[in-house]
Design a protein around this ligand. Structure first.
Ligand code: C2E
Ligand code: MG
Ligand code: MG
Ligand code: MG
Length: 286
């Protein structure tokens, strides 16, 4: 595949190749969307509370079961879904899928990533409340994750949608906190319930400045009444540090990778059993 592309590039101005491959990827994506239930998948990554080690939520993460390329991650296609405008359809499909799956996991919070484009759409709030109602899932169980960049670009419409969502009882989380056009003042300025500390910061807690930065984020967020989840926790030392500085929840390969919906229930039961036994201990539920 790569060889084919580069040979093509040899004969054609690269601008053309960009346009062509972009159009090709839109076309493929459109085909996938005509057949969402076949080609799109949502995997769920467990999120654990640090005080008792219980699994308290899952994050819905989109995958594309590509006919030729196999399972493709969102990093490779969300952007073209946004550029082509197809993200609204994709995003609504993910929302429906996640809320429908959530019925099987009583009491579990389900986090869904939303693109700024979805937030800007006038009917977004209505769709969210409709999908929740149709499935009998309480709004308190849904959390929408959005990036700082998305909120910074927020117009009055987005701000209104956010406050309507929160009035419904749906929580909002600031994803990838610390990346992009970050400012610690966002902790105060944005009407969000939670901050998700980006993996790159979690990665750096072994260094003195890295640890200081995470500690500062945690204390600022806590002082402002926000909940905190650390993303991308891969090592026991990171877990121990985050627990010590007062981060509320963790998510990462140390605890679990994203799994298909069918595997969530058994992880949930396992964690509830384990939590009874190890409650208040420092060990993560491995
Ligand atoms: P995100 O929302 O920050 O999601 C966390 C990403 O980190 C996921 O990647 C997850 O698989 C990965 N991850 C979790 N724990 C670890 C760890 O311990 N180590 C490492 N190295 N990685 C870890 P994924 O699934 O590839 O998703 C990438 C991004 O794509 C997401 O980042 C989110 O921004 C976006 N995305 C995923 N699903 C959707 C969706 O349905 N809609 C929209 N708009 N964006 C989505
Ligand atoms: Mg996320
Ligand atoms: Mg993130
Ligand atoms: Mg990320």
């Amino acid at each position: 595949k790569n060889e084919g592309r580069s040979r093509f590039l040899f004969f054609t101005p690269s601008m053309d190749v960009d346009v062509r491959s972009r159009e090709e990827s839109y076309r493929e994506l459109r085909l996938a969307l005509a057949d969402c239930d076949q080609q799109l998948r949502v995997h769920y990554q467990p999120i654990y509370a640090m005080d008792d080690g219980r699994m308290v939520g899952v994050e819905a993460l989109l995958r594309w079961q590509h006919p030729e390329q196999g399972l493709v991650g969102p990093a490779d296609f969300i952007r073209s879904a946004e550029e082509s405008g197809l993200i609204e359809v994709v995003g609504e499909w993910v929302l429906r899928r996640a809320i429908r799956d959530a019925r099987a996991w009583p009491g579990l919070r389900v986090a869904v990533n939303v693109s700024p484009i979805q937030l800007r759409s006038r009917k977004f709030v209505e769709t969210v409340s409709q999908v929740l109602a149709e499935n009998g899932v309480s709004p308190e169980r849904l959390e929408l994750e959005m990036t700082e960049t998305a909120l910074m670009a927020a117009s009055g419409d987005v701000a209104r949608s956010l406050s309507e969502l929160r009035r419904l009882g749906v929580a909002c989380a600031l994803d990838d906190f610390g990346t992009g056009y970050s400012s610690l003042s966002h902790i105060r300025d944005f009407a969000v319930d939670r901050i998700k500390i980006d993996r790159s910061f979690v990665n750096a807690v072994a260094t003195v400045p890295g640890a200081a930065l995470v500690e500062a984020i945690v204390s600022l967020a806590r002082a402002n009444g926000l909940r905190l989840t650390a993303e991308g926790v891969e090592e026991q030392e990171q877990y121990a540090f985050l627990k010590r500085v007062g981060c509320h929840e963790v998510q990462g390969y140390l605890l679990s990778r994203p799994v298909p919906a069918g595997e969530v229930s058994s992880l949930l039961q396992g964690s509830r059993r384990a939590a009874k036994g190890i409650s208040m201990q420092a060990a993560p539920p491995l």
